[in-house]
Design a protein around this ligand. Structure first.
Ligand SMILES: [Ca+2]
Ligand SMILES: [Ca+2]
Ligand SMILES: [Ca+2]
Length: 232
């Protein structure tokens, strides 16, 4: 597997002020489903058949962490000529599992989705169940609830994980809406952020990118990095 990737995504993507993005080394996930179009994890580079509905994909990275965030509703993004940035599921609540080579401080997680308000049966994620591990032991469990975001279209929800210790594996159960109808979940990106390991804007100009990246690797006292772990 590739080593840990700490990105100064101010250069790549919008991100919370003062945050550094931490990209998982790889993730495992059930592939997406198909309907009018296919809603697969098209850029996945690990094991598994990414053209197979719900085929299990493992050990790689793809649409969920490639930095591409859909800006169009699913019929445009997934239709002819679209970028195919979403992964869409309907048969079961998808539970992608994200792996980090080194225990990581994660203060927030942002899930980019299409809040289609029922268009084509696609709707927002009302609940996310999160579990996180360190060296094979669950160290954080949390349920997050979300109301229907204002408006219709691509949007994001944020999970506050600032109380979580260093972890090396995170599972996110993205629940489908349950209101008597079938509902798809469409997700184009999942981002992990560390909140306070970044220099102030005044020092950024002096320190430059290299120092900023190094700052992203720094751990804070109470959740300081201890020792290398073996992957589980
Ligand atoms: Ca993406
Ligand atoms: Ca896709
Ligand atoms: Ca809405």
């Amino acid at each position: 597997m590739k080593s840990g990737k700490f990105l100064t995504v101010a250069l790549l993507l919008p991100l919370p002020a003062g945050a550094v993005q931490i990209v998982p080394d790889y993730y495992d996930t059930p592939n997406g489903d198909a309907g009018t179009y296919t809603y697969f994890d098209d850029s996945y580079d690990g094991l598994g058949d990414k053209t197979n509905r719900y085929g299990y994909l493992s050990g790689g990275s793809g649409d969920l962490t490639d930095g591409v965030i859909a800006t169009q509703p699913w019929p445009v993004e997934e239709g002819p000529g679209g970028g195919k940035a979403y992964v869409g599921w309907i048969d079961a609540d998808p539970v992608p599992v994200f792996h980090f080579a080194d225990p990581a401080v994660i203060d927030s997680i942002v899930i980019h989705q299409d809040d289609a308000d029922g268009v084509g049966g696609v709707d927002h994620i009302p609940r996310v169940g999160m579990s996180a591990w360190r060296d094979g032991t669950v160290v954080f469990d949390q349920e997050y609830f979300f109301s229907d975001p204002a408006g219709t279209g691509p949007t994001a929800i944020t999970l506050d994980t600032s109380a979580m210790p260093d972890v090396d594996r995170i599972a996110l159960r993205m629940n489908r809406l349950r209101d008597g109808r079938d509902h798809w979940v469409f997700v184009s990106e999942i981002q992990f952020f560390q909140a306070d390991a970044i220099p102030s804007p005044a020092s950024f100009g002096l320190l430059g990118l290299g120092a900023l990246t190094a700052a992203g690797l720094r751990r804070r006292g109470p959740r300081s990095r201890s020792r290398p772990r073996s992957r589980v």
